[in-house]
Write a protein that binds this ligand. Structure first.
Ligand code: UD1
Ligand code: UDP
Length: 385
């Protein structure tokens, strides 16, 4: 008998996965064709809860695995063990995972062990270097090997999958759901809750948004980033730096001793996503090693300097609004200096572009799922720029 609906077990555990799965969860809630069950691993605790509360998502299962200074093996093993019983109990038609975290890979592996289909959202991103970013590049490749449906955000991501021998019929180009999320959070008349942000006059001061947390940047590279930022505020008196610092103690141990209590550098706890997105829309420039922020800033017309040696998101680099500058102190300083002093270069990099999505990625993913399971006849049209 033809199926009338499908049961989807949606799994996520960190801040970026939650932000990017939230639009999908709300899309699933609105359709009668999907019975959606949400399981959070809580690989992140506070940073996940911030997103759940913003998007009003109530998890059906919470594995609550986070511990301080958790190792990759801690996360992987706890996710697999926790997911096993949830999958047994729910018996879903498909387990949906997102991106490249250890939750993603662990949940996909647990689904495979239970002989369940795996759907991979944000599939096909590659740097082709297994150590950068670590462990994300390998998490993506391993998840790809386990997946039955691949939701590639861009044509480049699709091509990467085709090159690796993934069957074309299993790939859907959808755009990135992060742009769906961004469309709901950024508002012209937004009023900040954060006391420091409330006091900044964004018309008079040029604000640099900084985030850095990646494993491969811990230690020396992070020190270089911080020292470059100190030099920048020292030289340019109209610059304010806002750095919401990831809760990871490995990050905080480096950042606070170098940047705390320096005039015009504002260290703060991670911001609620609505605050962060509106801050991004009003800032002058973004310095980051984040994946998600690299995707968001170009659509808000903000130049991005990527504090990494490689990126798996080449589209905005090719379009010229994102530049990969690495983590050398001199290089970061020089690149920021150019954007603070050269109006032409700043204007060139601050064009609004949307290579990552048009705000309809969740709708395409929903349709692709229904098509895959034979509930509709028509394939969703591909996202293209
Ligand atoms: C994880 C992902 C990374 C993603 C990042 C997004 C892996 C291996 N890494 O890295 O791909 O870019 O999330 O932010 O999947 N902590 C808290 N509270 C929180 C969150 C974290 O205290 O809400 C602290 C804990 O001490 C935890 C540590 O941060 O042990 C590291 O968290 P973890 O998820 O292992 O690594 P991230 O660097 O956050
Ligand atoms: N973000 C947030 N608050 C912050 C910093 C980032 O809500 O203080 C959001 C950001 O807008 C983006 C996502 O978190 O949507 C990126 O997450 P992160 O940088 O932690 O991970 P990555 O994307 O690098 O995996």
């Amino acid at each position: 008998m033809l199926k009338k609906n499908i049961k989807v077990l949606t799994v996520f555990g960190t801040r970026p996965e939650a932000i990017k799965m939230a639009p999908l969860v709300s899309m699933f809630i609105r359709t009668k064709f999907i019975k959606n069950v949400v399981c959070v691993t809580a690989q992140h605790r506070e940073m996940l809860d911030q997103v759940l509360s913003l998007f009003n998502i109530k998890a059906d299962y919470d594995l609550d695995i986070m511990k301080q200074r958790q190792s990759l093996s801690d996360i992987t093993s706890n996710v697999i063990i926790g997911m096993e019983s949830v999958i047994e109990k729910e018996n879903p038609d498909i387990v949906l995972v997102h991106g490249d975290t250890t939750t993603t890979f662990g949940a996909a592996l647990a689904a495979f062990y239970k002989r369940k289909k795996v759907g991979h959202v944000e599939a096909g991103l590659r740097t082709f270097n297994k150590w950068f970013p670590f462990p994300e590049e390998m998490n993506r490749k391993l998840t790809c090997a386990l997946a039955d449906i691949h939701f590639a955000p861009t044509q480049t991501a699709k091509q990467n999958l085709l090159n690796e021998g993934v069957e074309p019929s299993k790939i859907f180009v959808t755009g990135n759901t992060v742009i769906d999320a961004l469309k709901t959070t950024v508002k012209q008349d937004y009023v900040f809750n954060n006391e420091i942000l409330k006091q900044i006059d964004f018309k008079k001061q040029r604000v640099v948004l900084l985030t850095a947390h990646r494993r491969e940047n811990w230690g020396k590279p992070m020190e270089h980033i911080c020292m470059a930022v100190r030099e920048i505020v020292d030289k340019f008196k109209d610059i304010e730096v806002v750095y919401p610092v990831h809760y990871n103690p490995a990050v905080r141990e480096t950042v606070y001793p170098i940047l705390d209590k320096i005039e015009r550098i504002h260290l703060m706890d991670p911001l609620d996503t609505e605050e962060l997105h509106n801050l991004m829309s009003r800032c002058y420039l973004v310095l980051t090693d984040s994946g998600g922020i690299q995707e968001e800033a170009p659509s808000l017309a903000k130049p991005v300097l990527v504090l990494r040696d490689v990126t798996e998101r080449p589209e905005a680099v090719e379009a010229g609004t994102v530049k990969v500058v690495g983590t050398d102190k001199r290089r970061i300083y020089n690149e920021v200096e150019i954007l603070l002093t050269n109006r032409k270069e700043y204007a060139r990099m601050s064009e609004s572009i949307n290579p990552y999505g048009d705000g309809r990625a969740s709708e395409r993913i929903l349709k692709a799922l229904l098509y895959h399971f034979g509930l509709i006849d028509e394939k969703p049209e591909e996202f293209s720029v």
